[in-house]
Design a protein around this ligand. Sequence first.
Ligand code: SF4
Ligand code: SF4
Length: 447
Amino acid sequence: MRCGTCDMLKLMLCEKLREAGVVGAGGAGFPTYVKAQAQVEFMIANGAECEPLIHKDAEIMKHYPVEILAGMSAMMEATQAQSGKFGVKTKNAESIEALRHANRNERIEFVPLGDFYPSGDEYELVYTATGRLIPPTGIPLNVGCVVSNVETLYNVHLAGQGKPVTEKFLSVCGAVAQAKSFWAPVGTSFRDLLAQAGGATVADFGIFVSGIMMGSTSFELDEVVTKTTGGIIVLPRDHYLFTRKTRSQQEMNRIGKSACDQCSYCTEFCPRYLLGYEVMPHKVMRSLGFTLTGGEIWNQWSELCCSCGICTLYACPEDLYPKEACDMGKKDRRGAGLKFVQQKPVEVHPMKEYRRVPLAQLRKRLQVEEYEREAPFEKVDLRPASVRIMLKQHAGQAAAAVVKEGQKVKKGQVVGRVAEGKLGAPVHASIDGKVKAITAEAVEIVA
Ligand code: SF4
Ligand code: SF4
């Protein structure tokens, strides 16, 4: 039975997490206070990190194990989780060693993971850690689990001490002089990040933001770090991946419509399909030929896709775009208010274990093998002349600025808030300075 003091502590932590603006640092940006409000059996730490070339989670686990484990224990207390499962890849031996050495909570158990993509997908991790399958379109909570990225847990620990999220841990890697991982104030420009890594080693380059597989592309050095930026990967502008990723949707559809031979490799390698969910990208590709009517029938096979990119960037022998077809299918169905109900029970495919995608194989297929190297943590003194704090860095509603142009602000001060009762998170100044400009998207602060 739960005592009144425990309930009070839970409420206090939720309030601190909300006020500190803690959101999922692994990419989704879901407000963590909502997860802390839940009651579950398992608290799962996600240290799987499987985006090629990015190594920031391995570094944060190696250098901040005490803080991460304290954050995990705090989440276990709040959610009443009896068991903590810490997913971490066996290849990160130094991180595991640091975590084991720092762990004082006997209810936390380490779950060794192989070096496959995408071991960090929530559906995949929940299954590996607990043997439970999340119901189709469901969330970990449906099977008694809460999952948080390791950096989020670090932020949970800081929030418990009243410290808001003002810095982001990230890797700068790829075609740079010195790949490394470091803390950067939220709102720092990519230009400043790149300078910390000694600059690009090629004159004409582009950037993958937060990952090649699930991140976005950018050719804009004025873009800034948010609470969900996992890192930047610099690659030559004429790299095969930019050619693939920068096609227009019309072009992707036109090529897909004429060249897809329905070999179904995209489906056979799909991690969600292999877990037993009715995701079939090869069928979604058929929708490209049904532009006036019938598309939605094929698009239903996209609904449980997690956009991992395996089908487009690894499986398809024709270099087509099944993932993008699934993205479009999901959007169209949402717009039409259609919901897919899985017909068959979810049953793990007998070939699942044999069809996993090793990272080394994936790097080869992506033609980035030559850029694979460590990105060791370095304490850098990054003092940007200005930062741009984006008002939407999280799932839910965008924050609205609560400061005025010309106003002086201190690091850690709230500069944007979400309306009371709405899902979202406040955003904070990441440096001391003066508010230079406020737009609908951001608050700019000069040091
Ligand atoms: S793998 Fe490529 S060619 Fe084969 S069915 Fe899928 S999209 Fe079509
Ligand atoms: S992106 Fe492709 S491989 Fe990944 S879940 Fe979606 S359909 Fe499956």
